[in-house]
Write a protein that binds this ligand. Structure first.
Ligand SMILES: Nc1ncnc2c1ncn2[C@@H]1O[C@H](COP(=O)(O)OP(=O)(O)OP(=O)(O)O)[C@@H](O)[C@H]1O
Ligand SMILES: [Mg+2]
Length: 249
């Protein structure tokens, strides 16, 4: 690994649960590493980890040891494929989902000491608008919000963006619409969401792209592999590669 890079930290959240954060983040990481970038994926769902399960990892250590014992995150890293590394979190540990201010600061400090090794740091957050979701978003350089055409996913995404704007003074928001029938539906949902964000919050979001509803996604989750490698020619894989190119452009 080359050292002393200046990574871009991208936080992926949604408000509503189950809209596809973890599958998207894993596959974006795979796409970026495929383009020769060094990528660190942090499982930011600290108390209910999913990344390790979705990748079928047999995890020995996780971020709980960094928080509780000061373990160096480099000793926790798991390499998934060349250039794609995961920092796994713990599961079923409610204390990890509600870290104190000091614990948060300690964790961010520990992470900051190692991220110079990477070009991109992707944080897959928990659902909702809990403290960890907010401080990971605050820490990030780029905030991606995922939503689906489901009205409740739209209202929850709006609620998250409102808090990040009003409480954390975040200004740039990037939207991804998941589970769409076609590109047109993605555009329509984005346009509706943009109108609401602009009218009520004065936010003009950036469109990062849409991902179609595709059985390749659920199948890859069951096979515990990224769909990008499991079904590289699937519509979902092509959509994620397009989003990856946009991020790199
Ligand atoms: N584009 C898609 N097409 C088909 N199925 C999808 C798509 N995106 C996500 N899914 C399915 O939705 C389920 C939830 O996805 P995922 O776990 O990535 O969501 P999440 O937002 O991370 O959930 P949580 O909020 O619980 O962390 C997965 O089982 C996956 O199979
Ligand atoms: Mg998830």
């Amino acid at each position: 690994m080359k050292k002393n890079r200046n990574p871009q930290i991208i936080c992926i959240s949604s408000g509503k649960g189950g809209v596809g954060k973890t599958s998207f983040t894993i596959n974006l990481a795979a796409a970026l590493s495929d383009k020769s970038r060094q990528v660190l994926l942090i499982d930011g769902d600290l108390g209910l980890a999913n990344v390790d399960v979705m990748l079928g990892l047999n995890v020995q250590h996780n971020l709980r040891e960094t928080v509780e014992e000061g373990r160096n995150p480099l000793e926790i890293l798991v390499e998934i494929m060349p250039g794609f590394f995961v920092l796994p979190a713990s599961s079923g540990v409610p204390e990890m989902a509600s870290l104190s201010y000091e614990e948060q600061a300690f964790l961010t400090d520990s992470l900051e000491r190692i991220i110079g090794n990477f070009d991109f740091v992707l944080v897959d957050t928990a659902a909702g608008i809990g403290e960890s979701v907010l401080w990971f978003n605050d820490w990030a350089d780029k905030n991606i919000t995922i939503l689906s055409p489901d009205p409740t996913a739209m209202t929850d995404a709006y609620a998250l963006i409102k808090i990040l704007k009003t409480r954390y003074n975040k200004k740039d928001f990037h939207l991804i619409i998941n589970n769409v029938k076609n590109k047109k539906e993605g555009q329509e949902v984005f346009t509706n969401m943009s109108t609401v964000l602009e009218n009520f919050l004065g936010v003009i979001p950036n469109y990062q792209g849409a991902i179609p509803q595709d059985s390749a996604v659920s199948m890859a989750v069951r096979r515990q592999k990224p769909f990008l490698t499991d079904q590289p020619k699937s519509r979902a894989s092509m959509a994620v590669r397009e989003i990856c190119n946009k991020i790199l452009s």
